[in-house]
Write a protein that binds this ligand. Structure first.
Ligand code: UDP
Length: 534
């Protein structure tokens, strides 16, 4: 059996921030245990994640980025569109060619693996990258599937599907149901519990996702048993596959004292991290609310201004990552000018117009609350930093994140959002939370009182548990040890099987070599353009 340092892992994240970032965090954690890890990427995504990888290399870890060309232009996408966050809410028609392009990366990945002097020991694929399954099968590479959402959400979607609840409610997006056979009482509707790829036009891709998971050598969750053991175990039992909970991987980024790697996590920040830190240094402990809706969720202009007025009237200091300011002229006009929002809140509000160094901000002791869209990474980052949440979900798994934070862990205050804004009548203009609602919720979260104190205390306890899980002897540390050992054994076994079958194949002169040159209907081979960088 190979020792960890003899192992080579390939990580294949989905090209979306909420997937690339945790997989690079986890790649770093795995590299910290000895193996060499290569993260498969594309030019735009590699550039965004260069700082984090460079930081890991400076720390002596064997982590590198492989850049495969992104075939978007072949499917009609503009050159350079390589990440989900580059598709705006009004360009939904681009999703289909975008996913077609991702699927077409199988050829270059296959060529890369074949060109390696030694077969990798394991490929860890995002669950949304099922096109890696035939590549691994052909090359005899063990394959694990990693889920970037919570186990709570994945189990809920699994139960709703297997119990026929989605079928029963049909097209009715708002018919309320309770998730059957679930460890806790969870109520929602189709709009708030929609699964990934459960939308028209991607039925084949959805089948690929389910098949790739059902045939994987194991399943990895970026979570911790202290928070999600019931959901992880039920999911593992439902699927009948080895499953590991190895997170929260963000702890690795959080405790990193390499300031550049930390502030450049996921992208170059649109603000000087040092400036934010000085601003936070000047504020009392736990007094600042951090506001962010992640990488892809945008508020309507009307909803955004309601939020702004609520923050203004709350009187509390805040840092707000307003990415809409980069693309929405109306938002920019609202923020700008002598009597604009930014000028009015200058003494206590700091706006980041674009990408914020989120973990740098959340690590600061002055931050005492997080108004979050409840993406799973944001949720884990809130937990890992002991920061209670003001929950404001917008799409897919975020409503499950809100339930976990508010109902199960009791570290969240709800904003009052009920449903994704796309299901609201046009006259609502995307507004579900008024400025008065914002003001009230901010006060409930950040203000005094026994409930707020208890919430803060629970958040601190969870942060201790999150960090302990990742430390030597912690549950996630032990799960990762087990996962690496399992991979080592499996890789040796697969290698032996391959040797035996290739000897047999050579003896009967099969046409396998010729067949191996084709995959998914395309010609692949050493001529596929590749570049490996570290
Ligand atoms: N993020 C960041 N700066 C930003 C916005 C997001 O660093 O301005 C990071 C955040 O820390 C998280 C990831 O991007 O790790 C977003 O993932 P999440 O699951 O929270 O939300 P998504 O963007 O997938 O909706």
């Amino acid at each position: 059996m190979a020792t960890p340092s003899e192992l080579h892992f390939l990580f294949v994240p989905l090209v979306a921030q909420g997937h690339m970032i945790p997989m690079i965090d986890l790649a770093r954690v795995v590299a910290g245990r000895g193996p060499r890890v290569t993260v498969v990427s594309t030019p735009v995504n590699a550039a965004r994640n260069r700082a984090a990888v460079d930081g890991a290399v400076r720390a002596g870890l064997r982590l590198d980025l492989l850049e495969l060309p992104f075939p978007g232009p072949r499917f009609g996408l503009p050159d350079g569109l390589e990440n989900v966050d580059q598709i705006s809410a009004v360009q939904r028609e681009l999703y289909y060619p975008f996913f077609k392009s991702i699927w077409a990366m199988a050829g270059p990945l296959d060529a890369y693996i074949r060109a390696l002097p030694r077969r990798p020991d394991c490929l860890v694929a995002d669950a949304c990258n099922p096109w890696t399954a035939p590549v691994c099968d052909a090359a005899g590479v063990p394959r694990l599937v990693m889920h970037c959402p919570s186990a709570y959400y994945m189990l809920a979607v699994h139960r709703l599907t297997s119990h026929g609840v989605y079928d029963r409610v049909g097209d009715d997006q708002t018919a309320e149901f309770e998730v059957p056979d679930f460890p806790v009482r969870a109520v929602g509707n189709k709009a708030t519990f929609r699964g990934f790829f459960q939308w028209p036009g991607v039925e084949k891709e959805h089948r690929d996702v389910l098949h790739a998971e059902a045939t994987a050598d194991g399943v990895v969750f970026n979570t911790l048993r202290a928070v999600e053991a019931r959901f992880v175990d039920a999911y593992a039992a439902a699927l009948g596959r080895r499953t590991w909970a190895v997170g929260p991987a963000c702890v690795a980024a959080s405790i990193d004292d390499d300031a550049d790697a930390k502030s450049g996590r996921g992208n170059r920040a649109d603000v000087d991290a040092g400036e934010i830190l000085s601003w936070l240094d000047a504020r009392p402990v736990a007094s600042v609310l951090y506001v962010s809706f992640g990488s892809i969720s945008n508020l309507s202009t009307k909803q955004l201004t309601e939020l702004a007025f609520g923050l203004e009237s709350s009187g509390r200091p805040f840092v707000w990552a307003v990415k809409e300011a980069k693309s929405d002229a109306a938002v920019k006009a609202f923020l700008d000018g002598d009597s604009g929002f930014e000028a009015r809140v200058r003494d206590r509000g700091l706006l980041v117009r674009g990408w914020a160094p989120q973990v740098t901000i959340l690590s600061h002791p002055s931050v005492g609350g997080f108004l979050t869209h409840c993406g799973w990474n944001a949720t884990l980052e809130a937990l890992a930093h002991g920061v209670p949440a003001l929950t404001w979900p917008t799409i897919v798994d975020q409503f499950a994140g809100e339930q976990l934070l508010a109902d199960v862990l009791r570290v969240g205050v709800r904003s009052g959002v009920k449903i994704p804004a796309m299901f609201l009548p046009a006259e609502a203009q995307g507004v579900q939370v008024t400025s008065a609602d914002v003001e009230k919720a901010v006060e409930e979260l950040m203000g005094p009182g026994p409930e707020a104190e208890a919430r803060r205390a629970r958040a601190k306890e969870l942060a201790v548990e999150a960090r302990a899980a990742m430390e030597e002897g912690g549950s996630s540390y032990n799960d990762l040890t087990d996962m690496i050992q399992y991979v080592s054994e499996l890789s040796r076994k697969r290698g032996l099987e391959r040797e035996t079958s290739s000897t047999a194949a050579a003896a009967v002169a099969s046409p396998a070599a010729e067949l191996r040159g084709k995959m998914n209907g395309e010609k692949i081979g050493a001529d596929a353009s590749l570049s490996v960088q570290s």
